[in-house]
Design a protein around this ligand. Structure first.
Ligand SMILES: [Zn+2]
Length: 254
C-alpha cells in the first residue's frame, strides 16, 4: 500500500466529488493521505476533511504565498489547531522566490516561526521550496535544527539532496518525476537511498503521466511509484513497502 504524503483535498476542485475521490484512493491501495494547509482557513478545512475520513490526516500551516498577512496571532491559532488528534505535521511551509522576490524577509520570518511551532509540538514539517534553495539550506542548518521533515516536490540537485539526507531530511517525489521534460529529479531518485524517499501527489496539481493535465487525486500516486520502480529497476511492491515505511516513520512515530 502507498501513502500520499502531500495532498490538497480541501481544494474547491473536490467540492463536488470529494467523497468519491477519497473512496477511490482507499480502494486503490492508498493507506493514508496527509492533507496540507496553506493558510488558516484551509488548515481548518483540512482538519474537517480529516475528521470525516479514516484514511485522511491533516497538516496545518501557512504557505509562503500567504506569508504577507501572517501575524503573531496566527502563530497562536496554528499552534492550537496543531493540537488536533489527526494532525501529523506542520505544512506546507517554506520559501517561494519564483512566486515573489519582494518579500523574502517576510517569507523567511514566517517560515522560521513555523519551524519553531513544529519543534515545540514535536511535529514533522512539509516544506515547499521554489527558486530558494540557498536560503532554505541556510535556515534548515540554523533555525531548522531539531526539526524533522521533508522537502516536498523536490526540485533541487543531487548534491543538495545528499546534504539534506546527512541532516536527516526526506524528499518527496510526485507527478513531475514522470514528465518527459523532468529536470534533475529522475537522476536524484535513481541515486538516492530509498530510505529517504516519500511519495506524494500535491493534488489537485501536477498529475503524473498518464493523467498529466487532468485534475490530480491521491489514487494517482501509484503512477509515481511505478516510475520509481522503473528508474531503480526494482519491483513496484518494493517501492511501496519502503516508501510507506518511510512515511510511517516520519509522520506516525513521535
Ligand atoms: Zn502543496
Amino acid at each position: 500500500m502507498l501513502v500520499d504524503t502531500h495532498a490538497h483535498l480541501d481544494d474547491k476542485q473536490y467540492d463536488a466529488d470529494r467523497d468519491e475521490v477519497i473512496k477511490r484512493a482507499a480502494a486503490d491501495d492508498v493507506k493514508f493521505i496527509i492533507n496540507m494547509g496553506a493558510d488558516i482557513a484551509s488548515s481548518r478545512k483540512a482538519l474537517v476533511v480529516a475528521d470525516n475520513y479514516d484514511i485522511v490526516y491533516a497538516a496545518v500551516g501557512i504557505h509562503p504565498e500567504e506569508a504577507d498577512g501572517m501575524t503573531s496571532k496566527d502563530d497562536y491559532i496554528l499552534s492550537e489547531l496543531a493540537e488536533g488528534k489527526k494532525i501529523l505535521a506542520i505544512g506546507e511551509i517554506g520559501l517561494d522566490y519564483h512566486f515573489r522576490m519582494d518579500n523574502k524577509e517576510k517569507q523567511k520570518n514566517v517560515f522560521v516561526r513555523q519551524l519553531d511551532i513544529a519543534r515545540q509540538l514535536h511535529l514533522p514539517v512539509s516544506i515547499h521550496a521554489r527558486d530558494a534553495h540557498g536560503d532554505l539550506m541556510q535556515i534548515l542548518k540554523k533555525e531548522g535544527r531539531g526539526v524533522r521533515g521533508t522537502i516536498h516536490c523536490y526540485s533541487g540537485s543531487m548534491e543538495m539532496a545528499r546534504e539534506l539526507f546527512k541532516m536527516g531530511w526526506y524528499i518527496g517525489a510526485d507527478g513531475p518525476l514522470t514528465f518527459k521534460n523532468a529536470a534533475k529529479l529522475p537522476e536524484v531518485v535513481q541515486k538516492m537511498p530509498l530510505e529517504r524517499l516519500l511519495l506524494e501527489t500535491d493534488c489537485p496539481y501536477l498529475a503524473p503521466v498518464p493523467k498529466r493535465g487532468k485534475r490530480n487525486e491521491p489514487a494517482f500516486v501509484k503512477y509515481t511509484a511505478q516510475k520509481v520502480a522503473e528508474l531503480r529497476n526494482i519491483a513496484y511492491e518494493e517501492v511501496s513497502r519502503i516508501t510507506t515505511a518511510n512515511a510511517e516513520t516520519l509522520f506516525l512515530e513521535r
